[in-house]
Design a protein around this ligand. Structure first.
Ligand SMILES: *[C@@H]1O[C@H](CO)[C@@H](O)[C@H](O)[C@H]1NC(C)=O
Ligand SMILES: *[C@@H]1O[C@H](CO)[C@@H](O)[C@H](O)[C@H]1NC(C)=O
Ligand SMILES: *[C@@H]1O[C@H](CO)[C@@H](O)[C@H](O)[C@H]1NC(C)=O
Ligand SMILES: *[C@@H]1O[C@H](CO)[C@@H](O)[C@H](O)[C@H]1NC(C)=O
Ligand SMILES: *[C@@H]1O[C@H](CO)[C@@H](O)[C@H](O)[C@H]1NC(C)=O
Length: 344
């Protein structure tokens, strides 16, 4: 190889070498070639360097000023600076974003809770996105969906502007959440996602609400449209008129199953950064909402919802076969569900 190099250059550099200085000339040519080679090599290096420089500079420009100075590393992993693919966050590019997920069960107040959150200017909660089966078919679909939401690329009526400071959605336990809990917990911990576990203490009331909701899905009592939530007392009263009949034989096992579901969810998600909320506490104690905003690290604001509660009467007046239900539960671990009522 070295010989070829020399031969090539000998032809161009040395035209008529004298016999006596033949060796000296050869050495001179070799040295010249080496110097030349080193020079070319260094020029090449400089070019490579200057080509990659803009990438470095850009990286620093977009990443560096956003890293919150003075924030402890444990906190920093929960502050995100997403770069949506579809638009620019512009002046809020360095407004940190928290990722959250409301983990809940049907008829546990999560719809109401989510409208409260969405009334806050800095919070965007995108609804029950995993109610669509294709999105939860397997872990790769789930991760793709999560990535899109948390990169602020998800479009829904709840999508806010580029200054969103907390982004999330609500996820029912039976929507692939429990089935894939190991990998989801891993995702939450690796990507810094906050879990808001929202449950209902009174699982008997939850069951009544569920049966009444199923009934309305079939009968569409309000102008021929099914309504899972209502916005007026009139509509609430229409829906509350229906008194479901509970299967007293199955009742205990239904309550046990629901209770186990809650216990398991609390257990699985215990290693994530989480807050546990109960619907009853939220209704009775508005300080709980202050806790939620603190947890999400967004400014304190008054939050409002247009939802009107449907079932407000004592349970005995909302169940068709109250006596059977009462007898099935009396004296069991779930006895307290029978007389726990709201004072609104
Ligand atoms: C909340 O949103 C408002 C309006 O978009 C914005 O001006 C403000 O900076 C946001 N606050 C936080 C803490 O993100
Ligand atoms: C996962 O689900 C998606 C959407 O249903 C599907 O397109 C994809 O082929 C599935 N991937 C695997 C590995 O099963
Ligand atoms: C109540 O549940 C039991 C056990 O699942 C079932 O055998 C029975 O048919 C149910 N009764 C009614 C009226 O649906
Ligand atoms: C969650 O973990 C904490 C401490 O690690 C423990 O005290 C608590 O009992 C756990 N809760 C559940 C529901 O597993
Ligand atoms: C209301 O909630 C706050 C915050 O969680 C708690 O400190 C307080 O004791 C609660 N008040 C009542 C009356 O339960």
């Amino acid at each position: 190889m070295a010989e070829e190099w020399c031969l090539l250059n000998k032809d161009t550099l040395v035209i008529k070498p004298l016999k006596k200085s033949h060796l000296a000339l050869r050495m001179f040519v070799l040295a010249a070639v080496m110097i030349c080679g080193v020079y070319i090599f260094s020029v090449c290096l400089k070019q490579i360097g200057s080509q990659s420089m803009p990438r470095f500079v850009k990286f620093e420009l977009t990443e560096e000023p956003c890293s919150s100075v003075g924030v402890p590393p444990s906190e920093a992993s929960y502050l995100h600076y997403p770069k949506p693919t579809t638009y620019s966050r512009e002046e809020c590019a360095c407004t940190p974003v928290r990722k959250f997920a409301i983990l809940s069960m049907q008829r546990s107040g999560s719809g109401w809770f989510e409208t409260l959150l969405n009334s806050h200017v800095n919070i965007s909660s995108n609804g029950e996105i995993f109610s669509i089966k294709e999105r939860r078919n397997n872990m790769s679909s789930i991760i793709r969906t999560l990535d899109k939401v948390y990169n602020l690329d998800w479009y829904s009526s709840a999508s806010k502007n580029e200054c969103t400071a907390a982004v999330g959605f609500k996820w029912m336990l039976n929507q692939g959440l429990m089935a894939n809990h190991d990998e989801i917990v891993k995702y939450f911990n690796e990507r810094g996602v906050y879990a808001i576990l929202l449950f209902r203490r009174n699982l008997l009331r939850r069951l009544v609400s569920q049966l009444a909701n199923d009934h309305d899905r079939r009968t569409k009592q309000l102008n021929g449209k099914h309504r899972a939530h209502v916005h007026s007392e009139y509509e609430a009263n229409v829906l509350a008129k229906y008194k479901p009949t509970l299967n007293a034989t199955e009742l205990m096992s239904s309550l046990k199953t629901a209770n186990e579901c809650v216990t398991n969810a609390l257990d699985y998600f215990n290693s994530t950064r989480h807050i546990v909320l109960y619907y009853e506490d939220l209704i009775l104690n508005h300080t709980k909402l202050v806790d939620v905003l603190k947890f999400l690290g967004v400014p304190q604001r008054l939050m409002v919802s247009r939802h009107v509660k449907i079932h407000k009467k004592p349970l005995s007046k909302q169940v068709e076969n109250w006596e059977d239900v009462y007898n099935a539960i009396k004296g069991t671990e779930y006895q307290s569900f029978l007389n726990a009522d709201y004072k609104l």
